[in-house]
Design a protein around this ligand. Structure first.
Ligand SMILES: [Mg+2]
Length: 293
């Protein structure tokens, strides 16, 4: 079919941004920056999520377009500033380099798919991930820097649409997709990737995603996603993975695998209350440090 070995081993590595590559949410950092109370932001965002007004994850985009306070205060330059203030997880540059240069004949193209405004991500990942590998929510601005209108929201189904476009452009099979994310905005795309035999990795204990993702990995280092990738895609054993990290100057100090089933049992005659939120204690907890420390 003209597909060489090279083409067969090409993968798309797609990552969410907020709380997957960062420790906090750009919405909170932005609210703080422009002097809107984070409680107020949270109240509005959660209220919107509850009534399913917008695609999951697009709450901030909606507020930027329609909330009088956000509309009045936020300018394009604030979004760049958020990117500089947001705290990134460790080792993103190294993760990018390793995936791009390939592992054992597998080549991974690194993309970011996020509902966050694209300016935030461009700024945060400047000199780490090329701009054309970043897909975020895009606005059009007035000459004053004020947000005028929206071009595209990369939230909910919007992530699936971008992923399909990437698959076409990069001639990868649908099973050659790895998606990693932390939260509710990732459910749609994770279900899609699972159904097409790709690999999904959750990086939080949130039951919404960790129950859907094939693997869960918890770490302060972005590099930790390599552990399930090397196991599932390259078929490596743990000792080989540890050796690979060390060859890249990093040490897996701790690697604990947790698998617990949480069951809530109640008498069948009582009406269920709101679904209990219990931590899904499942996944790999990985602690990575530079070797030689
Ligand atoms: Mg996220």
């Amino acid at each position: 079919m003209g597909m060489g070995d090279n083409a067969l081993r090409r993968y798309i590595f797609a990552s969410d941004f907020d709380q997957t590559l960062t420790f906090n949410d750009s919405g909170y950092v932005l609210a703080e920056l422009v002097g809107i109370s984070t409680d107020e932001f949270e109240r509005k965002a959660k209220g919107m999520a509850r009534i399913n007004l917008v695609q999951q994850g697009a709450e901030l985009a909606y507020l930027l377009l329609h909330d009088p306070e956000f509309k009045a205060k936020v300018r394009k330059e604030h979004l760049y500033e958020v990117g500089k203030r947001i705290r990134l997880k460790d080792n993103i540059p190294l993760l990018y380099q390793i995936l791009e240069s390939g592992i054992d004949g597998h080549v991974f193209e690194f993309f970011v798919l996020s509902a966050a405004p694209v300016e935030v991500i461009h700024s945060a990942l400047e000199d780490i991930v090329p701009k054309d590998h970043i897909f975020g929510t895009e606005f059009l601005y007035k000459p004053t820097g004020e947000i005028d209108t929206i071009v595209r929201a990369t939230a909910g189904y919007g992530k699936v649409a971008v992923l399909n476009q990437l698959l076409e452009e990069h001639v990868a099979g649908p099973d050659h997709v790895i998606y990693t994310g932390d939260g509710s905005s990732d459910i749609h795309v994770m279900l899609h990737v699972n159904a097409r035999d790709g690999l999904t990795i959750a990086v939080s204990e949130s039951p919404h995603v960790s129950q859907i993702a094939k693997r869960t990995v918890l770490s302060t280092s972005a590099l930790a996603v390599l552990a399930p990738i090397l196991e599932e895609v390259a078929g490596w054993e743990r000792f080989r993975i540890r050796g690979f990290f060390e060859a890249n100057g990093m040490l897996i100090q701790e690697w604990e695998r947790v698998r617990t089933d949480w069951l809530t049992v109640r008498p069948a005659t009582i009406e269920p209350e709101e679904a209990p939120s219990v931590p899904a204690e499942r996944g790999d907890k990985v602690h990575i440090v530079p070797s030689g420390t």
